[in-house]
Design a binder for this molecule. Structure first.
Ligand SMILES: [Zn+2]
Length: 160
């Protein structure tokens, strides 16, 4: 470990019982593969994680990810699933128009700035019971993901 034995994540969050945020993130990605209900929050989970840990993402995608989270908070997860499915369908049918930003255009662009810390909700604080993130149902899990999304948008919107 390059930074010694610190248990702080890049995002500033303290490690939880599973470890750092990355340990939570990969555990979620594994569990959601087997649970279609949980998988509905896949896109927001990825966007939240990469925006809170930008060293693991790609600069070119952060703005779109920031807008996906605003779509989630504005219209709910069903809208995210619907817009994502529409994007996949466009690709499948060989559209040459590329990524359609229309559903995301009305949302605020990501303000420029340094990587942020101090998010009000973090991956390493997500509860895990019996090895599961959806121990109390996917709706409750979804509300927790939305809280992380809200904290991500709020923190990055205030970045200067
Ligand atoms: Zn973190």
């Amino acid at each position: 470990m390059i930074q010694g034995m610190t248990d702080r994540c890049d995002c500033g969050a303290a490690a939880g019982p599973l470890g750092r945020c990355a340990d939570y993130y990969y555990a979620i990605l594994a569990e959601e593969q087997a649970d279609p209900g949980m998988y509905r929050w896949h896109n927001p989970v990825v966007c939240c994680y990469l925006l809170q840990h930008p060293a693991e993402g790609h600069q070119n995608h952060f703005d779109v990810q920031f807008r996906w989270l605003q779509l989630l908070l504005d219209q709910g997860v069903e809208a995210v699933v619907r817009v994502a499915a529409y994007q996949v369908s466009r690709n499948r049918h060989g559209s040459r128009r590329g990524y359609d930003m229309t559903p995301l255009e009305k949302y605020a662009p990501l303000p420029p700035g340094e990587p942020a810390t101090g998010f009000a909700a973090s991956f390493s604080a997500l509860p895990v019971v019996g090895g599961s993130f959806v121990f109390d149902g996917v709706e409750a899990y979804g509300r927790r993901v939305e809280a992380v999304a809200a904290a991500t948008v709020e923190r990055l919107s205030a970045r200067t």
